[in-house]
Design a protein around this ligand. Sequence first.
Ligand code: ATP
Length: 360
Amino acid sequence: MAEIQLRNLAHAYRPNPQGPQDFALKRLDHTWRSGGAYALLGPSGCGKTTLLNIISGLVTPSQGQVLFDGRDVTHLPTEKRSIAQVFQFPVIYDTMTVAENLAFPLRNAGLPRAEIRARVEETAAMLDLTATLGLKARGLTADAKQKISLGRGLVRHDVNAILFDEPLTVIDPQLKWQLRTQLKQLHKRFDFTMIYVTHDQTEALTFADQVVVMYEGEVVQMGTPEELFERPAHTFVGYFIGSPGMNVLPAKVDGAEALVAGQRLALPRVYRDLPAGARVELGIRPEFVQAGVEQGLTARVERVSDIGRYKVAKLDLGGLALNAILPEDARLDGDETRIAFDPARLHLYLDGRIASGEGR
Ligand code: ATP
């Protein structure tokens, strides 16, 4: 397994890009630690596949370098990079048996017969494919075919990294959970460098130690699931991760005081000399909004939904929509309520990016 370094990388599919809007991938410096389990998370079109294909060599970046353990591989073709890639749809040989499909990458690598057999059996056992080893792939279900694809990615131990591009899309929801857990266990056991592309936050958060969030061709945050939850570096991260996502409230801020929907709010930190013309917003996750308190901002209660273990209150703060997650036994009497924000979890954003401010 290798450490993968992206240096000053950027990519535009069109020749002669004129501005940032022409780049599918904006400038990026990033290191993927050897043996790390990463998820690349973001909405459709944000550049995840482009980035993955640059690492595997399917796409040559228009700018910058890709290094494997310090060695420049930017212009090396895919087959020379020793990368396993698993795609959204099965890439297998229909006329071969399951065993032959799994053995294929090992035969290509020239491994001895006995070792090939052992690896094929081990991989099949991990993916519950043992009973199908002798069957032709053609007649199998879509789930089983995709498991063979996964197996072909996992069977080699000499690869620099395994790249997964939304590999569980065609898999039945029940099996998805199981496979994700198996991938995680495999990672622990073999210390593979794994990069897993998905637009599904649950998939990203359960699979990865580090989640890399992309938005409009940029990496906007990399962190553990906890870090993304507690301190979203960008309003997009706050909105994309969590259910419901972070509340983002336009505000006017002066020092340690904010004006939100015409109401004054004391801030936990001091923000001085904010750039003129910047979009100023406060971010607070619904989990950290308290409702029904004695003192605080006044909001109108629109609706309270009981989700089972907690309630979600939809509030109106002077025309701004706001969600609050409340304990199961919470009651909001009347149309109006007072709300408070946990100061440790209240963040200020300038043009979408978190500002740190100073201690009071
Ligand atoms: P999805 O989840 O839908 O696959 P993604 O995050 O993987 O999306 P990319 O496929 O990397 O995003 O696409 C990033 C941008 O680059 C998009 O605007 C897309 O239209 C564009 N793009 C992708 N591939 C090509 C290509 N071969 N030629 C031109 N533009 C492309």
